[in-house]
Design a protein around this ligand. Structure first.
Ligand SMILES: Nc1ncnc2c1ncn2[C@@H]1O[C@H](COP(=O)(O)OP(=O)(O)OP(=O)(O)O)[C@@H](O)[C@H]1O
Length: 187
């Protein structure tokens, strides 16, 4: 069974991608599967460098320590095949009606999903003001925050939904409702 809807989530560091997609998963339970494009990247990186995969996947300082090098290495693979990690992440995903991709970072990620899953795809952009992101642990880092993995979607505006998850944003329940409304005609 292929998914009936594929939700693509993007947003800057500490905008709340994991927070919102984890809550969505709690609502949708076994109807959904969370997919992380970064999972195959972290898997290979951990294997190659003898690191702990689960530590890399979780929201830890460990991840931040290796982020820069993982970006450089994964970019070298993407140059040859932009869909490589998207394809890999989907190959490992369970068969569920709703797929939640929680870490879209590039226009080519969106292109790959739209080419592959066509009109099942919905794009959601999470925004949060810098003060709020800082209060969640964001510190600007050269080579991370000013490169493609963080900035490529700055000039993409064709979102199906934009969610303010910072100052003045909607309550969690309303944020969830706006996401579920996107799936309505597809389930
Ligand atoms: N609406 C919110 N209310 C309270 N806390 C939040 C909210 N959104 C996010 N957070 C908290 O902010 C921190 C960062 O959020 P999260 O890890 O989801 O960001 P992210 O976009 O996935 O970041 P990264 O790109 O670095 O992985 C987490 O501790 C999370 O629990």
């Amino acid at each position: 069974m292929s998914p009936r809807v594929v939700l693509l989530f993007s947003g800057k560091r500490k905008s709340g991608k994991d927070y919102l997609t984890d809550h969505l998963q709690q609502l949708l339970k076994d109807k959904c599967e969370i997919i992380k494009i970064s999972a195959p990247i972290k898997h290979y990186w951990a294997k190659q460098n003898n690191l702990n995969f689960n530590e890399l996947l979780s929201n830890s300082d460990y991840k931040e320590l290796h982020r820069l090098e993982m970006i450089r290495w994964s970019d070298s693979i993407r140059e040859k095949d932009y869909g490589y990690f998207c394809r890999q992440a989907c190959k490992d995903a369970k068969e569920k009606p709703i797929w939640i991709v929680s870490d879209i970072r590039r226009k080519t990620d969106i292109r790959w999903f739209k080419d592959t899953y066509k009109d099942l795809v919905r794009t959601i952009h999470i925004e949060a003001d810098e003060e709020t992101r800082k209060s969640r642990g964001f510190h600007y880092k050269d080579g991370v925050d000013n490169v493609a993995s963080e900035c490529d979607l700055d000039d993409f505006h064709d979102w199906d939904l934009v969610i303010n998850n910072g100052e003045g944003g909607l309550k969690l329940q309303d944020q969830m409702d706006s996401i579920l409304a996107l799936c309505k005609n597809l389930l």
